[in-house]
Design a protein around this ligand. Structure first.
Ligand SMILES: [Zn+2]
Length: 66
């Protein structure tokens, strides 16, 4: 399963591993740091992830999209 996060500053999509959950990551394009939701939050998206063929999109507010 891929974890995708959109940079809130420049909008670039970052591909993360699940180990990035609940941590701050830095955007490689602009350097902006932002928060990745916790695994607990991500659990809610697992069924969505199935529908999305293995990729989950998250934002820094903990919202999860398939
Ligand atoms: Zn960025």
């Amino acid at each position: 399963m891929k974890l995708l996060a959109g940079c809130p500053n420049c909008g670039r999509t970052l591909e993360l591993s699940l180990s990035a959950a609940d941590r701050r990551v830095a955007c490689p394009a602009c350097g902006r740091k932002f928060k990745v939701p916790t695994l607990e939050d991500l659990q809610k998206a697992l069924s969505v992830a199935d529908a999305a063929k293995g990729a989950v999109y998250v934002d820094e507010n903990g919202n999860v999209y398939g």
